[in-house]
Design a protein around this ligand. Structure first.
Ligand code: NAD
Length: 489
């Protein structure tokens, strides 16, 4: 591994995300040699704390990761702390001085990575002050890594982007969408562009429909306050689902570089058919979970408005206006308190035009089933391909058989977590797995139509039972097209 020389400034260093994901990811990069002697992290938040206390906190976050003797302690010595109120310009001067010191001490050669992991209303202010108060360097790189959510509609996202742009160029901004850090989401590209037998069929001549499911088993838990102001459409569809759909729908890039991939994803999202309000009403379904046994319905969860109209479930039919996908629906769904926790993509191929195996004497006039390619994103990583084969024995009937590839436990264990992968990409300056502004803008414009509609019309909630796959309308969305969800209860 090549060492990345970098000085990281982390805004929100005492936060939940930092403690659960960021320090552990950095430690793994350190263990693998991607970070070594020439890196340091300056953590900030409002709390007063010494460097030593901060180092203790970091050690505590990584305590469950197996390590060599002294490795964790040596790692923690790269962490420093500065209490800081991001709204006070004078505080940035203190940050600046410490960064200058640390840069010298650790030989980070002017490479600065600013990571924003706090409430999004501060993102713009921090970016503006980073420049105004002179925290940028001339000799190395200046990069910004920024957490979700990126706005709550197109207008607020644009405002945020304009603020960030006062300090950082587009190619210096890394917008985190942790779904893009998942092994099997990245594998979509390998599967499509590495296999002629797949890519040759990847169009509206052979594909009947594509289904994307991001299913959660848990309810809102402790994020209720945030979630109730967001809802599944903003929290999951605008970002994660749109990014997965863009990877499935994009044309082949000229080369596998971040710029080339980005261009194609933008083109894909641009060709997504933006619904009129009446089309949106027909093609989007929302849901909110009800009560079950001793568990309250969504409206009675702690921190939720008892009359909340926030959706905890979304299903939709998306259409592309382009040559490759014209006429092929992309059905997507996501929700809380569903049957299980998993993410999968089902690509349903068209049936043969003529079924020569159909038996006119029996009820089974359509013996052949659709071929289905399934990409299992989580909890298992792998692929499945459903084919029709002859049923073993006398006579001639067909039955579907599944070819399955599941990544081994060893491969899974060695595979970096999304945050580790994305952190590394940002250190390397590779944008492939980050969302560009143009992608985000198209995704918001698409989603805003539905949001506006839903904000006006009062929903009939609750409308689905925990442990199901959402409201009945999510099944009707496909049934009216003569289709079904491949994953069904
Ligand atoms: P958090 O509330 O746990 O932490 C926020 C941090 O910001 C704390 O360190 C706090 O001290 C600091 N802070 C707040 N106001 C400040 C101010 N005025 N000046 C200086 N520091 C201040 O938040 P979190 O859960 O860690 O989330 C951080 C970001 O990551 C958010 O953008 C969130 O949407 C995103 N995110 C979080 C998760 C998660 O699992 N927690 C998952 C995905 C994305």
């Amino acid at each position: 591994a090549t060492e990345n020389k970098a000085l990281i400034t982390l805004f929100g260093a005492t936060g939940d995300l930092a403690k659960r994901k960021l320090y552990t990811s950095l430690f793994k990069l350190y263990q693998r040699g991607y970070l070594a002697d020439h890196f340091a992290l300056l953590g900030t938040s409002r709390h007063e704390m010494s460097d030593e206390e901060f180092q203790e906190m970091v050690l505590n976050s990584i305590k469950d990761i197996p390590a060599k003797d002294g490795e964790a302690e040596a790692f923690s010595k790269h962490f420093f702390y500065c209490a800081h109120d991001v709204t006070k310009p004078e505080h940035y001067v203190k940050l600046k001085d410490r960064l200058t010191e640390l840069d010298k001490q650790f030989g980070t050669e002017g490479n600065r990575l600013f990571y924003m992991s706090m409430a999004p209303q501060f993102f713009g202010t921090i970016a503006i002050n980073i420049k105004k108060q002179g925290l940028l360097t001339d000799n190395g790189y200046n990069r910004l890594v920024i957490e979700k959510p990126f706005g709550r509609d197109f207008d607020s996202a644009k405002k945020l982007n304009d603020e960030l742009s006062q300090t950082f160029e587009e190619n210096q901004i890394f917008r985190i969408d942790h779904y893009l850090g998942k092994e099997m989401v990245q594998n979509i590209q390998a599967l499509r562009f590495g296999n002629p037998i797949i890519e040759a069929l990847w169009n509206n001549r052979y594909i009947d429909n594509i289904q994307v499911t991001l299913s959660e088993k848990l309810g809102v838990e402790e994020r209720a306050g945030y979630y109730d102001h967001s809802g599944a459409l903003r929290d999951m569809v605008q970002n994660h689902i749109m990014q997965v759909v863009a990877q499935l729908a994009m044309e082949e890039p000229v080369a596998f570089t971040d710029d080339d991939v980005r261009v194609e994803k933008i083109k894909a999202l641009r060709s997504l058919h933006v619904y009129t309000p009446s089309e949106a009403a027909a093609n989007f379904v929302r849901g909110q979970y009800g009560a079950v046994n001793d568990q309250p319905d969504y409206r009675h969860e702690d921190g939720v408005d008892p009359e909340s109209g926030t959706e905890t479930f979304v299903a939709a039919k998306l259409m592309f206006d382009n040559y490759r996908w014209s006429g092929v629906p992309f059905y997507v769904r996501t929700g809380k308190k569903l049957a299980d926790k998993f993410t999968r993509i089902d690509v349903v191929f068209k049936k043969p035009l003529i079924d020569i195996f159909a038996n006119p004497d029996t009820a089974d006039k359509q013996a052949l089933k659709s071929n289905v390619l399934t990409i299992y994103v989580e909890p298992n990583s792998g692929f499945g391909l459903r084919l029709n084969a002859k049923h073993v024995g006398q006579g001639f009937t067909t039955e579907p058989v599944d070819l399955n590839f599941v990544q081994s436990d060893t491969a899974k264990k060695e595979s970096p977590e999304p945050y580790e992968r994305l952190f590394h990409d940002a250190l390397e300056g590779n944008h492939t797995n980050f969302a560009s502004w143009a992608e985000i803008a198209y995704a918001w414009k698409f989603v805003d139509v539905i949001r506006n509609l839903w904000d006006i019309e009062k929903p009939q909630f609750p409308n689905y039972t925990p442990g199901s796959m959402g409201p009945a309308a999510a099944n009707e969305l496909l049934a009216r097209d003569g289709r079904k969800w491949v994953y069904d209860l």
